[in-house]
Design a protein around this ligand. Sequence first.
Ligand SMILES: [Zn+2]
Length: 278
Amino acid sequence: MSASVPISRRRFLRTLTLGACFYPAARTFASMGGEFGLHPLTPLLEAPPLLPAKPPVMLPPFHSATIGTPHLALTFDDGPHGALTPRLLDALAKRKVKATFYVIGRNVEMHPEIARRIVAEGHEIANHTWSHPSLSGLAAGRVAEELRRTHEIVLEVTGVRMTNLRPPYGAFNDRVRQVAFDGHGYDTIMWSVDPQDWKYRNSARVTRELVSGAAPGAVLLCHDIHKTTISAIPRVLEQLLARDFQFVTVARLMAMDKSGRQDSNLRPPGPKPGALPS
Ligand SMILES: [Zn+2]
């Protein structure tokens, strides 16, 4: 590559720079909603590869992080709820705790101001489908539609491009994960502590289960549509903060993970017949 031709030199430098971060760049693009058709790294194909490129592939579902510090993630599914989510946000703000909210699209449509407040107060907002079906029983097109509608309304209402999916009921298969990754670059997020707060509407029990399950790297599963859960949260926070736990969002916890989650062998994203337009 001749340095005497400025355009070639620029391309060389760009290739070198992008090549060095091929994988993160692709992941970032995907997380920004890079969908189908034009690939952001297409120019690289015009130059000989300078570095071995790691293809953008999705990682296995995330349940918890392997870390050496007392960080964990508190997550809330199924909201926003008109009365309970604001109460929860008050409790979190009072203790400067950040959480992750897996929102249902049709609830965001009903309560856009609460979705905006979730974001404005520094919490993570993530996708929990439009209508809360069991995704593993749906065809790929229906899965894509459930995710797309929620992705779009959250983007419209809050300006946030979500990066994670929690499948309702924890029900997923490889098809669901692939659609989520192809469409929006989503990671599939599960949990490591489940107090079954939807089943046991008992604040003392929910508190006990969350506090006893807390550990470095844990992902705690709650639902911000049950009064008993919202009533439990102040005590949960106080007990865990007293034990020096620090609450971070799921995206942050994943970034701290040292487990070296292995790439799956499913195909990388790309244009496919029947893919929804971006
Ligand atoms: Zn749910």
